[in-house]
Design a binder for this molecule. Structure first.
Ligand SMILES: Cc1cc2nc3c(=O)[nH]c(=O)nc-3n(C[C@H](O)[C@H](O)[C@H](O)COP(=O)(O)OP(=O)(O)OC[C@H]3O[C@@H](n4cnc5c(N)ncnc54)[C@H](O)[C@@H]3O)c2cc1C
Length: 418
């Protein structure tokens, strides 16, 4: 049972606003790994998953090997395993849609399999359900579903958090995991740098006649990348980046036209295809918060950074925040430090801000390099990636990047316990 503060509010160690994938994972990491019985409040504007009905996010997520390590440390990977498809090979091409053959200019095959797969596909709904079920049975987490954080004020000792339901709680630290529009970030007065892309991301699932053998394909087209990502069974997830106006037309198109346009891009190498899931579109932005912390306050996940989805890294970068913040807080607790104090939070910020900004810049650069028809640029990029294809050491480096294994990585992402 959480204690009560002098004001009669329930007292927690950490309050987390936002029960998306990042918020739930952080709640579980703190509950399971803290050296003394931490109390965590998890407040989410959405209803509890059991009350939400059947509507699911159409996205599937590429999870890096580092994210797999984090989920394994929390005993979640085993539960997720039946829904996971390993990516065994990646082909990248920018050939024209009407080309009779689609030669690829960069292939990852052996590099991915040297130390086990570097990336894994899982549907958003499957990951969300596994996290929700684990949160539900975790006694250290107090869940407030269908409620939202409406205000907070920090002082020397605690942060007082007000909820839309009229309830109030206090905590040593408030974490905003409330998504890219993050109302809490705004309330904390933290500005972002970034821009919106003139593109939208259309997501759907297809079933196909032939097996994909774990192969992912990234087809760079002038209007944006078209990705075919292997799911369990003879199914693939599509992430189709399209010019915003053209994309809106595709979202409004009837099923026959949508399927025809999809087939043109998908090609015929996996045989006959059929739509096997809803289509959903997402506005695409690049955004980095100018600060990741304020008084007794930290940002994680999309609230801290949003990247172009072309390399499937958004949540993986968010999971790096989760692991770094959990490690920072657990170490601070061991040392008897105030977990919401400036010294502790500045360590988290130093760890995560540069890495997130670097990843966002790389995704942005790739999108700019590939989403156009400029002929000299095309020759240069084909040459560049063709050279990379002949240099195994460079390819191994790129695979380590994608696997989340480069830079200073939190222990939880390497498979170690805290
Ligand atoms: C097309 C597309 C494809 C992608 N593919 C990949 C991929 O392959 N791999 C990958 O790693 N990433 C991918 N991403 C990125 C990934 O989906 C996001 O990074 C991730 O879902 C963000 O999770 P989050 O928990 O930070 O935020 P969200 O999922 O946005 O969760 C925020 C939560 O906060 C709640 N909330 C909001 N306001 C409040 C409040 N005031 N109080 C309490 N709660 C509040 C909301 O209800 C919500 O539940 C993709 C993104 C897109 C658009």
């Amino acid at each position: 049972m959480p204690k009560r503060s002098a004001s009669g509010r329930k007292r927690f160690d950490v309050a987390i606003a936002g029960g998306g994938l990042a918020g739930r994972t952080l709640a579980l990491a703190l509950a399971k790994l803290s050296p003394r019985g931490f109390r965590i409040a998890l407040i989410d504007a959405e209803p509890a998953p059991s009350e939400k009905g059947e509507v699911e996010d159409a996205r599937a997520l590429a999870l890096s090997a580092a994210t797999k390590n984090l989920l394994s440390a929390l005993d979640l990977w085993e539960k997720l395993a039946p829904s996971v498809q390993a990516i065994e090979a990646i082909e990248i091409t920018d050939s024209a849609l009407n080309a009779p053959l689609r030669p690829y200019f960069l292939g990852f095959d052996d590099e991915l399999n040297q130390n086990g797969a570097s990336a894994f596909m899982v549907e958003h709904g499957a990951l969300s359900r596994v996290l929700a079920a684990a949160v539900e049975i975790e006694p250290a987490i107090d869940t407030h579903a269908s409620d939202r954080v409406t205000g907070f004020t920090a002082d020397q000792f605690a942060v007082a958090v007000s909820l839309g339901s009229g309830k109030g709680i206090t905590a040593s630290l408030l974490v905003a995991a409330d998504g890219k529009r993050s109302p809490l970030r705004e309330r904390a007065g933290i500005k972002c740098v970034g821009w919106s892309y003139p593109q939208i991301g259309i997501v759907t699932t297809v079933a196909h006649a032939r097996p994909h053998h774990g192969k992912a394909v990234q087809h760079f087209l002038p209007s944006g990348p078209f990705a075919i990502l292997p799911l369990t069974g003879n199914r693939s997830s599509i992430v189709w980046t399209e010019d915003a106006a053209e994309g809106a037309g595709l979202m409004a198109a009837d099923e026959a036209r949508f399927r025809d346009e999809l087939t043109k891009r998908f090609g015929h190498r996996l045989g006959e295809i059929a739509l096997a899931g809803p289509r959903q579109s997402f506005r695409l932005d690049m955004q980095i918060a100018r600060a990741f912390i304020a008084d007794r306050f930290a940002l994680i996940g999309d609230a801290a950074h949003v990247v172009h989805p072309l390399a499937g890294q958004g949540l993986n970068i968010g999971m790096r925040d989760v692991a770094a913040l959990a490690e920072t807080v657990v170490e601070a607790t061991r040392l008897g430090l105030d977990i919401g104090g400036a010294v502790v939070l500045e360590r988290y910020q130093r760890w995560r801000r540069f890495d997130s900004a670097f990843s966002a810049a790389v995704m942005d650069g790739l999108n700019r390099l590939f989403s156009n028809e400029n002929a000299p640029l095309r020759i240069l990029r084909d040459l560049g990636l063709g050279l990379v294809d002949r240099a195994p050491a460079v390819k191994r480096f790129l695979v380590r990047e994608a696997a989340g294994k480069s830079g200073t990585i939190p222990s939880l992402l390497t498979g170690e316990r805290l």
